[in-house]
Write a protein that binds this ligand. Structure first.
Ligand SMILES: CCCCC/C=C/C(=O)SCCNC(=O)CCNC(=O)[C@H](O)C(C)(C)COP(=O)(O)OP(=O)(O)OC[C@H]1O[C@@H](n2cnc3c(N)ncnc32)[C@H](O)[C@@H]1OP(=O)(O)O
Ligand code: NDP
Length: 296
């Protein structure tokens, strides 16, 4: 047993229908795959229908599960409503939503046009609150205890230069997660989020670590646990959070990053100190302790 294996038992998502935005590629595809293996019906949606249909065919063959692919730009409310209507027509109801769609790229902020900032913020923040609002209204009206999982990032807490539109939007998503978790708890609706560290995907790597930079960037040195994330690790946590096993968790943001976000610790530079140096440092400190006692 290891972190590359599925964590939940067979049938853990039986009788649930979950919509995964951006489910045709990357982490969305990995989550959709695991949800199907656990018995869920899955709806994947994003802008490129051909990508979604190819993924749907592949996952249907791989898992034997039921999957529906629908084109949807999450910035357009009528397209979101169409996804919800078609999902209910096919599966009877919708129980879960994973807001996973995103747009992002690195750039000095002063180089960005207004439209460039709007593009990222609209996909990440507007897309997430549009979809959540549309499903929340449906759940409240139909007394369904739905659950929302938002895929955020660690820099939503810390901020980060060179990805400012994404940082602003992901921080807004976290504020929404916690605010609505309280407000909609009385309807039995839960909202949680995952803040992933680096998980290799083509979408993220092409836009955040283009070849020129990838050579200079060492994940092993940056991440305390010295590796990138495995997709199954994220899928395991996501499946748990959309399942009824997490029924008492709401408004929570779980960081899944091998400890990367902890590198802000003020004394973490001491990682570089050798054993011999520590011997010398310990002597110096103990000397200082003795001297301060003498002068008392
Ligand atoms: C390891 C740590 C991980 C950190 C966390 C990761 C977070 C992630 O979100 S990773 C997910 C990455 N995946 C994606 O971004 C997939 C979807 N992305 C896209 O489709 C594009 O990147 C998009 C966001 C730019 C949207 O594409 P599209 O709708 O086709 O928009 P346009 O190409 O028309 O561009 C709109 C606007 O943005 C300007 N622009 C685009 N790229 C850049 C750039 N590299 N630098 C500066 N400006 C850029 C573009 O020029 C347009 O503006 P105007 O020129 O004013 O029209
Ligand atoms: N990979 C990583 O290391 C990390 C990823 N994340 C987050 O994980 C999530 C998945 O990212 P990842 O798998 O890496 O990247 P991908 O690029 O593979 O996923 C992004 C998805 O969003 C979809 N999308 C983009 N714009 C829209 C839109 N306007 N409407 C609907 N869907 C849209 C894309 O599909 P299409 O083009 O067909 O619309 C694509 O499937 C994102 O929320 C990202 O911020 C967070 C931290 C780290």
């Amino acid at each position: 047993m290891g972190y590359k294996e599925g964590m939940l038992r067979d049938g853990a998502l039986d009788n649930k229908t979950v919509i995964v935005t951006g489910g045709g590629t990357g982490l969305g595809k990995s989550m959709a795959t695991y949800f199907l293996k656990l018995g869920a019906n899955v709806v994947i949606c994003s802008r490129r229908l051909e990508v979604l249909e190819t993924t749907a065919k592949e996952l249907e063959e791989q898992t034997g599960g039921q999957i529906l692919a629908i084109a949807c730009d999450v910035r357009k409310t009528e397209e979101i409503e169409n996804v919800i209507t078609k999902s209910i027509e096919k599966f009877g109801q919708v129980d879960g939503l994973v807001n996973n769609s995103a747009g992002n790229f690195i750039s000095p902020t002063e180089r960005l046009s207004y439209k460039a900032v709007d593009t990222v913020v609209d996909i990440v923040l507007r897309g997430t609150y549009y979809f959540t609002l549309a499903l929340g209204k449906y759940w409240i009206e139909n007394k369904i205890k739905g659950t929302v999982l938002n895929i955020s990032t660690t820099y939503a807490w810390t901020g980060s230069g060179w990805v400012v539109p994404s940082a602003m939007a992901k921080a807004g998503v976290l504020a929404m997660t916690k605010s609505l978790a309280f407000e909609w708890a009385e309807h039995g609706i839960r909202l949680n989020a995952i803040a992933p560290g680096p998980f290799p995907t083509k979408g993220a790597w092409d836009r955040l670590f283009p070849e020129e930079l990838a050579k200079k960037f060492s994940f092993e040195n940056r991440i305390p646990l010295q590796r990138v994330g495995d997709h199954q690790e994220l899928a395991n946590l996501a499946a748990y959070l959309v399942s009824d096993f997490s029924a008492y968790i709401t408004g929570e943001v779980i960081t899944l990053d091998g400890g990367e976000v902890l590198s802000a610790g003020q004394f973490n530079f001491l990682k570089e100190v050798s054993e011999d140096q520590w011997d010398a440092i310990e002597d110096q400190i103990k000397n200082a302790n003795r001297n301060s006692k003498k002068s008392e």
